[in-house]
Every structure is written in structure tokens, then in C-alpha cells.
Design a protein around this ligand. Structure first.
Ligand code: ADP
Length: 169
């Protein structure tokens, strides 16, 4: 209360400037592409209000899949996971916004689609962990790492959406 009366708008502005704009790497996996779910999945992020900064249809080489999933190398499902991700084209996307990493994970839903909440992408559109249609970075650090791994600098666009001032005050 004392802060508000002494500093006026200073405190809220400071809080807003501390909110970090994050990047996340979202990928429609080969099953999502084959099942014709690309538009549906892009729409969910677009309608939420995040900013698309990169987009491409891409046949993932084995080496890239291995680098992307290097933390899962010891898992029993790892070989099948690499086969799955390289089995057909994926749609690679970079999305940007305050809180985008955690929010995208919520939009995507739990790893196991049968456990994922209705209303999430996996909850609505998939039935098995090994075919869970979409990937999303699990931390801001991995969001930056994966975006840099899947996109060249020139493939990412910095732009200001016309709706920006209608999404955040
Ligand atoms: P998430 O993609 O939800 O972040 P993980 O990082 O744990 O989940 O796993 C990466 C991907 O590996 C999953 O999305 C899924 O495609 C695959 N995967 C994870 N666990 C299994 C499993 N038990 N069997 C088959 N595939 C799995």
C-alpha cells in the first residue's frame, strides 16, 4: 500500500519488465502430420495468443533426432523414439511470449495421452505415449537450446503482431 501511494505506477511497470519473454520449440511429430492435424495444432497456439517466429515442414535426420532426445538415450524406448521422429516429416515451430514454455506444456497435456486432460492436444487427439502427436520444450533453457538446434538464425522472424496491444496491457 505504501509503495503504491509513494511510487504510483512504478511498481507494476517494474514487475512487467521483469517478466521474461521466452522461446519454446514446438513440433508436430510425424503421426500428427500423417493424420492431418497440423492446422489443428498450430491453431491452438495461435488462438492462445503466442507469437510464431519460425515454421517449417522438415524431414528430421537421425543425428538431429539423437541430439534433440540425448537426455533420453538410456531409456528402453529410445531406439523406437528415434525411429518414430524420423519416420516422416515433422512441422517445426518456434513460439515466443511471456510464460510460453509452461503454457505450451499445458496446451499439449501429459506425455501419456490417456492421462492427458480433455481440452489438451494430446488429451483430445491421441491415445498412446509412443504416438503423442506433438513435442514442447520443458524449460526456458531447453526452449532456447531446441529452437537453436532446429532452426537457423535466418529462419526465425522478429515481428510485431498487429494484435499485440489487444493481448497484453
Ligand atoms: P514429453 O514429450 O511429454 O516432454 P518425455 O520428455 O518424457 O515427454 O519423452 C519424450 C518423448 O518420448 C515422449 O513425448 C514420447 O514420444 C516418448 N516416450 C516417452 N516415454 C515413452 C514410453 N514409455 N514409451 C514410448 N515412448 C515414450
Amino acid at each position: 500500500h505504501a509503495c503504491k501511494s509513494t511510487h504510483g505506477n512504478f511498481l507494476p511497470n517494474l514487475v512487467a519488465s521483469l517478466e521474461q519473454v521466452e522461446q519454446t520449440y514446438i513440433m508436430v511429430k510425424p503421426d500428427g502430420v500423417q493424420r492431418g492435424l497440423v492446422g489443428e495444432i498450430i491453431s491452438r497456439f495461435e488462438r492462445k495468443g503466442f507469437k510464431l517466429t519460425g515454421l517449417k515442414l522438415f524431414q528430421c535426420p537421425k543425428e538431429l533426432a539423437e541430439e534433440h532426445y540425448k537426455d533420453l538415450r538410456a531409456k528402453p524406448f529410445y531406439p523406437k523414439l528415434i525411429d518414430y521422429i524420423t519416420s516422416g516429416p515433422v512441422v517445426s515451430m518456434a513460439w515466443e511470449g511471456v510464460g510460453v514454455v509452461a503454457s505450451a506444456r499445458k496446451l499439449i497435456g501429459s506425455t501419456d495421452p490417456l492421462q492427458a486432460e480433455t481440452g489438451t492436444i494430446r488429451g483430445d487427439l491421441a491415445v498412446q505415449t509412443g504416438r503423442n502427436v506433438v513435442h514442447g520444450s520443458d524449460s526456458p533453457e531447453n526452449g532456447r537450446r531446441e529452437t537453436a538446434l532446429w532452426f537457423k538464425e535466418v529462419e526465425l522472424c522478429q515481428w510485431t503482431p498487429a494484435q499485440a496491444s489487444w493481448l497484453r496491457e
